[in-house]
Design a protein around this ligand. Structure first.
Ligand SMILES: [Zn+2]
Length: 137
């Protein structure tokens, strides 16, 4: 009996870890904005309208908590979900609070922002060696 209780306690602690790591509206927004793809800080800045330093702070915590992983490419650092199941977790939570999971999934589809200069949003910016030149102004 005591053994079983210990196991439940230990399992509960493990289950709580990812939930605790993402349990704030800001972090959930970041996960939704990254969605199934990957995003750099400037892209999240355009998507969410928050200060870059503020977003970086959350990205750092999410990476520390093993929720996100990052990848450097040139002068950009891209963040992506380490486990896509976080998106399932978010749509399930959305259903629990009465939102349609479809509307949540729609938010995770990668968008482009005119104010963002990342390669995903500005494909007109092509790398020429280390220098990036806009092909159309
Ligand atoms: Zn972008």
């Amino acid at each position: 009996m005591n053994m079983k209780k210990q196991t439940i306690t230990r399992v509960s602690e493990q289950i709580a870890a990812p939930l605790t790591a993402i349990a704030s509206p800001q972090r959930i927004a970041i996960l939704l904005a990254i969605g199934q793809g990957e995003a750099c800080v400037c892209h999240l800045e355009a998507a969410l309208g928050w200060r870059q330093a503020y977003i970086s702070q959350h990205l750092m915590s999410l990476r520390k908590a093993d929720v996100l992983e990052d990848r450097r490419e040139g002068r950009y650092v891209y963040y992506r979900l380490k486990n896509q199941s976080y998106l399932d977790l978010l749509s399930t939570s959305a259903e629990i609070c009465g939102l349609s999971s479809d509307s949540v999934v729609a938010l995770t589809h990668s968008k482009t922002y005119p104010s963002c200069e990342c390669p995903h949003c500005s494909p007109a910016v092509i790398p020429v060696g280390d220098v990036r030149i806009k092909t159309s102004a």
